[in-house]
Design a protein around this ligand. Sequence first.
Ligand code: SME
Length: 152
Amino acid sequence: MNLDHLKPKITEIVSSKNETVDKRLYQVCELLEASIDYYNWVGFYFKNGDKNELKLGPYIGAPTDHVIIPFGKGICGQVALSNENFVVPDVTAQDNYIACSITVKAEIVVPIFVNNQNVGQIDIDSNTANPFTKADERFLEFVCQRISEILP
Ligand code: SME
């Protein structure tokens, strides 16, 4: 699926200086969830201060119990350490996976870098099996790059 048509809207949301950063991040979640049918939970996790754990940021989708995720745990915690995109076509095939909802079949996590430091990530769950392609990775890298420019 070509996702490039969403890029101008992402840039517009991210650069709307009248809104708080959290509001802009939430609006990015809203846009992605509403525009891409296989994006069913869209949210951000950020490094929690100087702790080796992630804390849930703005998100859209079913509420999750996983507000804090230790580095190394689950797909998100692994990305906090690997600094690499993690595409999971089938969550049942993963041993180190934290289930948020039984409807979720696949997940993609893309890290956010500020000054080459991995400060957080965008996390997307899909209720469709194996939906993510290189186009999602490239598009989400664009989203994370834009967002990195407004983080403190
Ligand atoms: N599935 C993630 C946990 C976060 S939820 O998807 C919202 C993981 O394994 O890290």
